[in-house]
Design a binder for this molecule. Structure first.
Ligand code: MMA
Ligand code: CA
Length: 236
């Protein structure tokens, strides 16, 4: 009788579950539930990681896009400014250099030399600061001279009776500094004999002296002088 009942019970279990004996049956659903939970846990972790990864990717992408956009709009702004100021450009191509595909241009009334354009702002006789501002409004800066060739070219386009401010300044204690932050090289300086001679004279002009020719002289920055502006050639 007892074995009959046991048999009947096993039969019932078999109906509800495909698993064998009664003793194993209660464990089965709980095992299944745990398995189910762990299955739920790992996809959610994967999903979170993927979301974080995509979010970081999006932030990186957005960040680089903003930086790129800012740089590009700055470039466009600079180019637009030059387009407005200089509606007539004079361009040359270096025929001897096959790899050089660019046109090198200087605005009308500016003189080309090497990689730069030079402008004598004879319309304005003013303090060093004012002439500096004037060059800056044209997308240029007061001239910076780094070689004998450049000094010779510049003096070749100047008038002997005039003084011209250059982009050299005493930053204090006779520390000479170029306006474009390039190094001041003592061996490529063209001071007149006996110059610079006064601590109170913190700005520099190029002028011509009858006996010794062209050279630099330190003068007060508030003196009114003509100036020479310089800019990099425009590449098209
Ligand atoms: C002299 C000479 C210069 C000085 C100017 C100031 C004419 O040159 O002493 O060194 O800078 O005077 O005007
Ligand atoms: Ca002087």
């Amino acid at each position: 009788m007892a074995s009959e009942i046991t048999y009947a019970e096993v039969k019932i279990r078999n109906k509800s579950s495909s698993l064998g004996t009664y003793s194993k049956c209660p464990a089965a659903p709980s095992e299944k539930r745990i398995h189910h939970l762990s299955k739920l846990g790992s996809p959610s972790l994967l999903f979170t990681s993927l979301t974080v990864f995509l979010l970081l990717l999006a932030i990186t992408f957005l960040g680089s896009f903003i930086i790129y956009f800012q740089k590009y709009s700055q470039l466009l702004e600079k180019k637009a400014m030059k387009d407005i100021i200089y509606n007539e450009l004079y361009c040359a191509k270096n025929a001897s250099l096959m790899e050089d595909k660019d046109w090198h241009c200087c605005p009308k009334d500016w003189k080309p030399f090497g990689s730069h354009c030079y402008f004598i702002s004879s319309g304005l006789v003013a303090s060093w600061n004012k002439t500096k501002e004037n060059c800056s409004h044209m997308g240029a800066h007061l001239v910076v001279i780094h070689s004998q060739e450049e000094q010779n070219f510049i003096t070749g386009i100047l008038a002997t009776g005039t003084g011209y401010f250059i982009g050299l300044l005493d930053a204090g204690h006779r520390q000479w500094q170029w306006i474009d932050q390039t190094p001041y090289n003592e061996s490529a300086t063209f001071w007149h004999k006996g110059e610079p001679n006064q601590n109170s004279e913190q700005c520099v002009i190029i002028n011509h002296r009858k006996k010794t020719g062209w050279g630099w002289n330190d003068i007060p920055c508030s003196d009114n002088q003509t100036a020479i502006c310089q800019m990099k050639k425009i590449h098209l």
